[in-house]
Design a protein. Sequence first.
Length: 310
Amino acid sequence: MANLKHLDLNLLRVFDILMDERNVSRAAERLSVSQPAVSGMLTRLRDSLDDPLFIRGQHGMIPTERALELADPIKKVLQDIDQIVTPVEFIPQEAHFTVTIAATDYALQVILTPFLKQLSLQAPHIKVDVRMIQDSTVQEQMERGLIDFALMTPNTAPPMLRAKTLFQEDYVCVVRQEHPTVQGDAMDLDTFCRLDHALVSYSGGAFSGATDQALKTLNRQRNVMVSMPSFLSLAELIRSTDFCAVVPKRLAEGQPLLKQVALPFQVEGFTKVLVWHERTHHQAAFKWLRALIYDTCQLLDIAPLAAQTK
């Protein structure tokens, strides 16, 4: 096959069908083209392979010795090409690979923990590498294949990545159940501002956030005394002291010995989105994983917004 580099690979399909049918008319019918078109393609094959390939006989086309030699190799090549271009069926129960997800400790508890329970039931051999998220490096890490998914907010998600909305989150105030000042499930604004507060700062050193922005519009401020690196450490602090904290509602609902108190003013919540790179967008396994994460949110009675995929 000295001229293979100049051969139109579509002609191999014509050759394979002619070998099966040994008849130009039937080959044309299978290819959904005219008989003259098949004859023309056969002429091109003969020129490219420098062999007659098929000789007209009394009962159809008779393959030459060269055609018989090429029949099995060409059929195998076509089968290999079909495997390459045909989407692979994804069977969760049989899948063996590792998926890497970047998330905060909030997303780990609220989203990933129930997701992992579902994953272990439906795809028990898929391993999950959970990493603490660094917003500034997410795009680079995805481009390099270091992470596959990230759980973020729209304002932190890189615009060049794909994203799907999972749910809207609101804030509540939490104190320990036997807090000496906060009685019942409500407090007034003056009490809120007098209490000692703690908040989460993933980057460290921050003593203000969305709550403080909301208070500023009311010409008020609170007394933030502690900045913690994670919501889990914050929850333990609130359980054992008289501090209070403003935290995401879904996180507060999963914390023992903490009491939720309605905020005496409005604090804007946030939207949680699932983020991924174009390189995995069309892969069956990652489509299935994206759907499972989204469905897990719905199963947990997390009211998703209209699915917005960009």
